[in-house]
Structure formats: structure tokens, C-alpha cells
Design a protein around this ligand. Structure first.
Ligand SMILES: [Zn+2]
Length: 242
């Protein structure tokens, strides 16, 4: 792999996340049906990467750094559960309040996504890279979803696209760049806890956010997309282990 410093890696992935998110917004703006269809595959593939990487690679490393990392993982999972509950609750309402509150939930979520890049790359380039692949791919779906939320909230197409960009796309690099100076100063043991937290977030994202959505709008071959994500992550992890 090319020798880049940690910050450059974080920047590359966090900015790619914002770009892929924007592409999601743009695609659903222009070609709604195509975007909705593609979204499912992106979600399944990302879910495959994001369940395999924490379980086989990131979590053992977190525990090695700090034996309490499992508690941090649980906190990460619960944090995501409650912040996503805000989004889910508001999905049932059909007014602007729904759009705004859902947007808040998504903004928090995207901000945390950004923090994950800072944490994982500071542990190792490989963990950052693996989590980063899954995260960047799920951004496409996130752009599509945010746009659709705002449309449901009663905003015009143009406003929805612009707001979605600020809520979902920009917040990820923002989270990464704000977290980076703090995360890069952490000692190994504290970094183990933040990695544990990140593992909880990623497992939540995969198992409780991406997969159920993908199953609800199941498409032909979507299980294959999920398995492809698992296999890709395992291939990278295993080649690095041996
Ligand atoms: Zn996300």
C-alpha cells in the first residue's frame, strides 16, 4: 500500500463519503426508480463488509488494547439504537416536523460515521480501510434515504437535495476532521475503548439498520450482494493475517 499518513487516509475516505453521498442524492433527484433499486444492493454489500470487519478484525484488536472494549461496543450499539429511534419514530408522521427531526437523527448519525474514520485509521490503516470501504458504500443509500425523508416532509425536490447535502453529506467529513485532533492524541488503551465503541456502531449499522431495510425492499440477488461484501472483507482480513 502507498505510504500516506493517517490524516491523509482519514481525509480521503471522509471526503469520498461526502461525494458518494452526494451522488446518491443526485441520482435519486434525477432517476428515482433506478436509485431506489441500486440502493438495496449498496446497502446489502455495505452490510456484508460492516458486519465482517468488526467481528473478525476490529473487535479482537479493541479487546487486545483494552479488556473493557466490549462495554464500549455495547454503548456504541445502544447509542445508535437510540439516535436512530428518533429517525424511525418520525417516519410515521407526514409533516415538516418529521422531516426536521429525521434530519437531526441523520445528521448525528453521519457525524458519528465521520468520527469512525478518525478512530479506525488511528488504530491501523487496514482497519480504517476496511471499515471505510463499507462506510463509503453505505453513503449512497444514505443520500437516497435523506432525500426521500425530506420529500416526505413536504419539501420541494430542489430544497430536499440541497438540505440533504448539508445534513448527510457534509456532516461526515465534519465529524472526521473535528474528531481527528482528539483521537490522534489518545493512548493505546483509550483508543481501544473508542475502537470498541466504533465496533458497536458498525455492528448496529450492519445488523440493525442496513440489513432490515434491505430485506424490506428485497430484490433478486440482494443476498448475493450481502455475501459479496462478507467475502471481500474476509479476503482482505485473511490475506493480512497470514
Ligand atoms: Zn451512515
Amino acid at each position: 500500500m502507498i505510504e500516506l499518513n493517517t490524516f491523509t487516509w482519514v481525509a480521503i475516505f471522509a471526503i469520498s463519503a461526502a461525494i458518494i453521498n452526494s451522488i446518491g442524492i443526485f441520482t435519486v433527484y434525477k432517476k428515482k426508480r433506478w436509485a431506489e433499486k441500486a440502493k438495496t444492493y449498496f446497502m446489502c454489500f455495505a452490510a456484508g463488509v460492516l458486519i465482517s470487519t468488526p467481528l473478525t478484525f476490529a473487535f479482537p484488536q479493541a479487546v487486545e488494547k483494552n479488556s473493557y472494549a466490549g462495554f464500549a461496543a455495547l454503548i456504541g450499539f445502544l447509542f445508535m439504537f437510540f439516535s436512530n429511534k428518533i429517525i424511525k419514530q418520525r417516519t410515521k408522521q407526514k409533516n415538516l416536523a418529521f422531516g426536521i427531526t429525521a434530519a437531526e437523527g441523520i445528521a448525528i448519525h453521519s457525524f458519528v460515521d465521520g468520527i469512525i474514520y478518525a478512530v479506525t485509521f488511528n488504530v491501523s490503516i487496514l482497519i480504517g480501510f476496511l471499515a471505510g470501504i463499507g462506510l463509503v458504500i453505505h453513503e449512497f443509500a444514505e443520500g437516497v434515504i435523506t432525500f426521500s425523508f425530506l420529500i416526505k416532509g413536504g419539501l420541494s425536490k430542489k430544497k430536499s437535495a440541497i438540505f440533504a447535502f448539508f445534513i448527510a453529506a457534509i456532516t461526515t467529513p465534519l465529524g472526521a476532521f473535528i474528531a481527528y485532533p482528539f483521537v490522534s492524541r489518545l493512548n493505546s488503551s483509550v483508543l481501544g475503548l473508542t475502537l470498541g465503541f466504533s465496533v458497536g456502531v458498525l455492528i448496529y449499522l450492519s445488523a440493525s439498520h442496513l440489513l432490515p431495510e434491505a430485506i424490506e425492499y428485497e430484490k433478486e440477488h440482494s443476498s448475493w450482494a450481502f455475501l459479496a461484501g462478507v467475502v471481500l472483507a474476509l479476503l482482505i482480513v485473511i490475506t493480512k493475517m497470514i
